[in-house]
Design a protein around this ligand. Structure first.
Ligand code: FRU
Length: 519
């Protein structure tokens, strides 16, 4: 009798376990606030994208990952791959902390000529170069906490072996010394690393990825220094209409971005294999983005057709560990293509969503061209809701217009989010002050975020992507970008095009419902 009861209880527990697991699997990627067409890990904490490299038909995305909680903790490299930068497949953790420390941010390359000697059977190895961060040294108050190390893979990034000679760039006596971005510099025929060293970057060179020598430093007196420099990236981009190339140096900065907290500045100039020189005055600060939720972004190595594809972490250190999501925390921005553009002020970096995003377009609706001087409920006419939505708008402003126009998202809870253009201030804006839960941090929704317009003329263009709890604005064909999160209590269920303080002429308006990327 007792035996039978035990058997029944055991069977019941097993069944319950299976049901709970199935339920969790079904809910995965469909929880409240979960983004539907952006990459986020199935569960737990993520920050910076790492090791982005294209190899044998796959875009690899590694990321700062703490697999035991939804707050920052001992860092691993999580891993996912994509064939098209739109759909992602999760893979097992690639790098675990070891006796040298946690695995902080870094990059990856394909060592085509096997300069490292890690190749096998004539196959080029993949090399990851990352920062080892020692918690033991940090606790002791030592300076040499951060050192640069290598790992390699001979099976298309599926498994990784750490180099026995690590670290390959020992700490030279700089406390913040991290985030290696490695690339092959064809002109000087050497590997070059750019890394963040306190409030500047340093360049190192190597013939074989193992032996490194310091080349130079850049930035002590350049750009913004309102925070520590992190996660640099450097790459050449074609000057439009010429054969000339310029080098772009991205530097993430925590804190001090235009609307507060973490952000990314960039420099345009030359790199001669030794030193980077800035084409702009030392005190000129160029921002890659004006939203508050795009940080630590870097670009893919080895992307096909020389394309320069960028992806950032869609959060901000001011509140990242507190945002109301569970069982995961943080997503990435959409993959974006960077290019140079000639402007009256000089060369500027332009950002556009990758063309493959069009794959997600489902139902489409053309907004009839018209003059708008109040509010037009687009959900009513289109039947589309702003949870997974792409919108393209072209608006002509009257001469000397004082109009404030844009899109307003609402839900049944009376919450609203606005994104648009203020003609008086000549700036784009994003207002999440009444867009839902902001109690988790006093920093999250304390003001309207603004971005100066960089184009002239009366035709203003906005291209937007709304996911469940995020928006990405590419304004005036990618001259100004703004990425923001919001956390409505219920998903936004309506979207309206409004104009206040004047009228606008809608020249073009198109909307698409977007498919989700998770099953
Ligand atoms: C940037 C950063 C990097 C560091 C990593 C640690 O967000 O602080 O500088 O390598 O995060 O997770």
């Amino acid at each position: 009798m007792y035996k039978n009861v035990r058997l029944v209880v055991t069977l019941f527990c097993l069944l319950l376990g299976v049901v709970i697991q199935l339920q969790a699997q079904q809910n995965a990627y469909h929880e409240k606030q979960r983004l539907q067409f952006h990459f986020s890990p199935p569960a737990h904490w993520m920050n910076d994208p790492n090791g982005m490299v294209y190899y044998e038909g796959e875009y690899h995305l590694f990321y700062q990952y703490y697999p035991n909680d939804i707050i920052w903790g001992p860092m691993h490299w999580g891993h996912a791959v994509s064939k098209d930068l739109v759909y992602w497949k999760n893979l097992p953790i690639a790098l675990y902390p070891d006796s040298l420390g946690l695995i902080f941010s870094g990059s990856a390359v394909v060592d085509w000529k096997n300069t490292s000697g890690f190749g096998k059977n004539g196959q080029a190895p993949m090399l990851a170069m990352f920062t080892h961060h020692s918690m033991e040294k940090e606790k002791k108050g030592s300076i040499d906490v951060e050192n640069q190390s290598l790992a390699y893979s001979n099976d298309r990034g599926r498994t990784w072996t750490k180099y026995t000679g690590n670290p390959v760039i020992p700490n030279p006596g700089i406390r913040d010394f991290r985030d290696t971005k490695v690339f092959w510099h064809e002109k000087s025929k050497q590997w070059v690393v750019v890394l963040a060293a306190q409030t500047q970057v340093q360049f190192y060179a190597s013939p074989n990825l193992k032996d490194w020598k310091l080349l130079s430093s850049f930035g002590a007196d350049q750009g913004s220094h309102s925070g520590v420099w992190e996660c640099p990236d450097m790459f050449p981009l074609q000057v439009p209409g010429s054969k000339e190339e310029k080098w772009v140096l991205l530097v993430s900065l925590n804190a001090g971005s235009p609307n507060g907290g973490s952000g990314t500045q960039y420099f345009v100039g030359n790199f001669d294999g030794k030193q980077f020189s800035n084409d702009n005055p030392a005190d000129k600060v160029l921002w890659l983005e004006y939203g508050r939720d795009n940080y630590a972004g870097v670009t893919w190595s080895n992307a096909p057709d020389g394309r320069r594809i960028f992806l950032g972490w869609m959060s901000n250190w001011e509140y990242a560990t507190k945002v109301p999501t569970t069982p995961w925390r943080s997503a990435n921005t959409l993959a974006r293509e960077l290019s140079l553009q000639t402007t009256p002020l000089g060369l500027r970096v332009n950002t556009q969503p990758v063309a493959n995003m069009k794959k997600l377009r489902e139902r489409s609706y053309s907004i009839p061209t018209q003059t708008i001087s109040s509010s037009l409920d687009l959900s009513k006419t289109s039947g589309l809701v702003p949870t997974q939505l792409e919108v393209e708008l072209e608006v002509k402003l009257p001469v000397d217009s004082k109009v404030n126009w844009g899109l307003e998202l609402r839900n049944g809870q009376g919450e609203k989010y606005r994104i648009g253009f203020d003609a008086v201030k000549n700036q784009f804006f994003s207002d999440r002050q009444q867009a839902g839960n902001a109690d988790f941090s006093a920093e999250f929704a304390k003001k309207i975020h603004v971005a100066p317009r960089e184009s002239q003329g009366r035709l203003v263009k906005m291209h937007l992507f709304f996911d469940v709890s995020s928006v990405e604005l590419f304004a005036d064909e990618g001259k100004v970008v703004l990425t923001d999160l919001f956390f409505p209590a219920q998903p936004f269920s309506s979207i309206a095009l409004y104009a206040e303080g004047g009228s606008i002429e809608l020249v073009k308006g198109q909307m698409w419902a977007l498919k989700g990327i998770w099953k």
